[in-house]
Design a protein around this ligand. Structure first.
Ligand SMILES: Cc1cc2nc3c(=O)[nH]c(=O)nc-3n(C[C@H](O)[C@H](O)[C@H](O)COP(=O)(O)O)c2cc1C
Ligand code: SF4
Ligand code: SF4
Length: 417
């Protein structure tokens, strides 16, 4: 069995799977049950010093072809429980599970004294670290907190500095995806003294509108508000932001990857793209805490099968392969190839290529009068569309062909011109 232990900016945990700050980490009862199930760490539902009031209802789910909660949206705020109750339970959890990471998520009005006071109180409860919630996109941002701080690099730097001044445990800064380039705020967090960054918090969204009542979904007494989007649908956005920060020389701290992680495979992708661990919210809300058993098993088997002794060895392995478009090899070419034995003649590839690609799939009449779908490889640009729409597994494969041209990137081409 591989060593699954991780160290995120000084916060250690026995495996890379943490619960993200959200409803599953709302109380000591829940976090204890999660730790019994095997989670390596938990980021407590965001704490503050000024009680907030939540609304009812507050979640909405996006279904796709019979699969519920492919995406999820919420207009929930941070913890609405008294700070003292949360701190007492944090103490109890830490005593019962000393080897697990208990991280306190915090969101405080952007004032130095307020941050200092709360940070000191919360660290007395024995947390292993802080995660600063500069990402919540709704409700709190209208009050000058959450994403209102997270969208302004200077405020991220300043608020982080205030926390680091008094924090005796590592500080993670959780970033918002509701920004043009996450590297700017990640760099600001590093400049402010953060020991790690985490991403992503939820994405601004409106889940839908009820066709009968014309109410936004979800609605509160007939009115709606923009909410935060998460779940499997956001994984590509999160992965891109993790990859961008991982390859940025100025983001010199570890990254905790969040957004759509629902399986060990998702976790491996985040680790390869530079995350030192992952955090999970929607999948734990959908499947329950025991999903972590599969995640740990799968990751172990994946590493063992490759003879990799420790999960840390795969962190960032794909980062050097991820970069700017200008560095891609313009001479590389793939074409679509159709396996005639597998083809069921549904014509989907033909229609896709004809209407939306390069009109290079021909319907050829064979001697046996059966029509075959055949790719004209000289015209095919290797866009992948036909293989994406084909309903039969491995029926269309993309194969590399020789172009006879030496490798050349756009950057090199410009230099030569
Ligand atoms: C209902 C709900 C409440 C959340 N509350 C918080 C919160 O209090 N603090 C925070 O930092 N993130 C909060 N989040 C965001 C999650 O921690 C996480 O960043 C996001 O859901 C993406 O991960 P996922 O795709 O695994 O759900 C919340 C998410 C949901 C769905
Ligand atoms: S890869 Fe694109 S261009 Fe080539 S056959 Fe398929 S759809 Fe057409
Ligand atoms: S989409 Fe696939 S199965 Fe359908 S015709 Fe094309 S190759 Fe055959």
């Amino acid at each position: 069995m591989a060593d699954l232990s991780t160290n995120v900016g000084g916060i250690r945990s026995p495996n890379p799977f943490w619960l993200a700050s959200a409803p599953p980490t709302n109380s000591g009862y829940q976090v204890m049950r999660a730790f019994e199930a095997g989670w390596g760490g938990a980021v407590w539902k965001t704490l503050t010093d000024d009680p907030i009031v939540n609304v009812s209802s507050r979640f909405a789910g996006l279904s796709w072809k019979g699969q519920p909660m492919v995406g999820m949206n919420n207009i929930e705020l941070i913890s609405d429980r008294p700070l003292e109750d949360n701190l007492r339970e944090i103490r109890e959890v830490k005593q019962a599970f000393p080897d697990r990471a208990v991280v306190a998520s915090l969101m405080i009005e952007p004032k130095r004294e307020r941050w200092h006071e709360v940070v000191k109180r919360v660290q007395d409860a024995g947390v292993d670290g802080f995660e600063l919630n500069f990402g919540c996109p709704h409700g709190m941002s209208e009050r000058g907190m959450g994403a209102a701080v997270g969208q302004v690099p200077e405020l991220v730097r300043q608020n982080t500095e205030w926390v680091v001044e008094v924090a005796e445990v590592p500080v993670i800064v959780k970033l918002t995806p509701n920004i043009t380039d996450v590297r700017h705020t990640a760099r600001a967090a590093v400049q402010g003294g953060a020991h790690a960054v985490s991403m992503i918090n939820t994405i601004n969204s409106l889940m839908g509108v009820d066709l009968d009542t014309w109410n936004p979904i979800p609605h509160v007494d007939g009115r709606g508000a923009h909410g935060g989007y998460c779940g499997p649908a956001v994984k590509p956005i999160a992965l891109h932001m993790v990859g961008d920060c991982a390859r940025d020389p100025e983001v010199t701290v570890p990254i905790s990857g969040i957004g759509g992680v629902a399986s060990w495979q998702d976790a491996v992708e985040f680790l390869l793209m530079g995350a030192s661990n992952v955090q999970v919210c929607t999948a734990a809300m959908y499947y329950g805490f025991r999903i972590v058993e599969d995640m740990i098993d799968g990751l172990n088997q994946y590493l063992d099968a490759r003879g990799i002794a420790s999960v840390q060895e795969i962190v960032g392995q794909s980062v050097p392969r991820y970069g700017d478009w200008n560095d891609l090899n313009l001479s590389y070419k793939v074409v679509a190839r159709i396996d005639q034995d597998k083809c069921i003649h549904c014509n989907r590839c033909y229609i896709a290529c004809e209407d939306a690609a390069h009109q290079c799939i021909d319907r050829v009449q064979t001697a046996g009068r059966e029509t075959q779908l055949v790719v004209d490889e000289t015209e095919c640009v290797g866009c992948n569309l036909c293989s994406m729409v084909c309903p039969v597994e491995d029926c269309i494969t993309m194969v590399q062909v020789e172009t006879g041209r030496p490798p050349q990137t756009w950057r090199e081409r410009q230099l030569q011109a």
